[in-house]
Design a protein around this ligand. Structure first.
Ligand code: DI6
Ligand code: FE
Length: 416
């Protein structure tokens, strides 16, 4: 065959969990998977190949067992931040609550101070190892939020660092503007005035290509539903999709609110009511489960998993990687926690970190192994897919490809 017509790469010798079925893993034993120009060109059993592998592809990679899944999609992270909050972890162990610490000026605002002090390069260098850790455990697409700058320059700095992480590592990055995350000290007592400022920044950041979606923290210690609605109205006017930190610590009706705006996702959703679940179902809003935050805060209120199942709300699983409530550097670990705490099946957890996570970001070109979609994939050294959720820690990911390119997970110690 003319070499220019041949596939760029062909993987053989592993089973495939395509997830390209309504239920089950979409499993294919002794599979073959090929791509050209970064896009999947063949997904099926090896026996269906029409010619000898070497005749079909410029590069043939023979694997020795294991499973190939779509690249994982971490659809909710705050991976760009400076400093850490290990001290708050110790305070919580002594009995302080997350809200107590936030009200005393710690919490999100202590990370805001650290981010404002950090140069853009320093913020990048502090965030890079975290993004690399997520990638090493199979996440080929990351959503990254702002929300620790809380002024124009520092929100912009965070979003620029998020973009730079994507360019440096070759991973897919979707940026989310979370200006309405907490009230900065310069606006103390004037949350509505702060929302005015957020609404001024949004079009400017969007014009710079830094905003793929808009989020807010709708909570007693965050912003009210009325303030959230103002942010969403502004996003809608600019044609930017919305998502929401909804019903994490109390039920303010956040899930129904974001669903009303046709939002991509309602995230956390521990306190979401049946009304909220129905509104999400009616608007195809994905429930993003964040069991890392649930675990670290030792929460007991479970998200309404059965209601999500009954009403057909797609459930995604993400790390929420952040310095306060979820210092979690593995999406696989989040999948495991989703099984243990929320009783997801390992299959639901894998769908949650692939197909449904892609939907929570509005991405239709990834999340499944299907001809025509991006060749984002991970080869795992496992005997069965449930092992992805079964092992706590460890290094299960072997080869990782993003758009058909092999990914190097080497630690980068300097920028560029
Ligand atoms: N909910 C969360 O889980 C993160 N933000 C939010 O609104 C936590 C952010 C933090 O504590 O730094
Ligand atoms: Fe979050």
């Amino acid at each position: 065959m003319n070499t220019s017509l041949r596939w760029d790469g062909l993987l053989l010798g592993a089973s495939l969990a395509t997830l390209d079925s309504d239920n089950g893993y979409g499993g294919i034993e002794d599979g073959a998977l090929a791509w050209k120009d970064g896009v999947l060109a063949f997904v099926g059993p090896r026996s269906a190949l029409r010619d000898a592998p070497e005749a079909l592809a410029n590069e043939v990679i023979a694997l020795d067992g294991g499973w190939i899944t779509p690249g994982l999609v971490d659809c909710h992270t705050h991976v760009v931040f400076a400093g850490d909050r290990a001290h708050e972890f110790e305070l919580r162990l002594q009995g302080a609550s997350y809200e107590d610490i936030a009200r005393a000026g710690g919490g999100i605002l202590s990370t805001v101070r650290a981010v404002r002090e950090a140069s853009e390069d320093s913020l990048f260098m502090q965030s890079l190892p975290r993004a690399q850790a997520l990638l090493r455990d199979g996440a080929t697409t990351l959503e990254i939020k702002s929300g620790y700058g809380l002024d124009f320059d520092n929100e912009r700095k965070m979003l620029r660092v998020a973009r730079r992480l994507g360019e440096t590592l070759g991973i897919g990055v979707r940026t989310t503007f979370l200006g309405a995350h907490a009230l900065p000290p310069e606006f103390a007592g004037d949350a509505d005035g702060y929302i005015d400022a957020v609404l001024d920044w949004l079009p400017l950041l969007h014009a710079e290509g830094l905003v793929d979606a808009v989020d807010a923290f709708c909570e007693g210690i965050g912003f009210t539903p009325a303030q959230t609605r103002r942010v969403f109205d502004a996003a809608r006017a600019l044609g930017i999709p919305v998502k929401l930190h909804a019903d994490q610590l109390s039920d303010l009706g956040g899930a129904a609110l974001v669903a009303e705006f046709g939002g991509l996702s309602a995230d956390h959703v521990e306190y979401t009511s049946e009304t909220g679940v129905k509104a999400m179902a009616a608007n195809a809003t994905v429930a993003v489960l964040l069991p890392g935050a649930f675990h670290c805060l030792r929460e007991t209120k479970l998200p309404p998993i059965d209601a999500f199942r009954t009403h057909g709300v797609a459930m995604a699983v993400a790390t929420d990687c952040n310095p306060g409530t979820a210092p979690l550097l593995s999406l696989r670990q989040a999948m495991s926690l989703a099984c243990t705490h929320f009783r997801l099946t390992p299959e639901e957890a894998l769908r949650g970190a692939t197909v449904h996570a892609a939907r929570a970001l509005g991405l239709r070109d990834r999340g499944l192994l299907r001809v025509g979609l991006r060749a984002d994939l991970v080869h795992w050294r496992i005997r069965r897919p449930a092992e992805l959720c079964y092992w706590l820690g460890g290094e299960l990911a072997g080869n990782v490809f993003i758009a058909g390119q092999p990914v190097s997970c080497q630690i980068i110690s300097r920028p560029d």
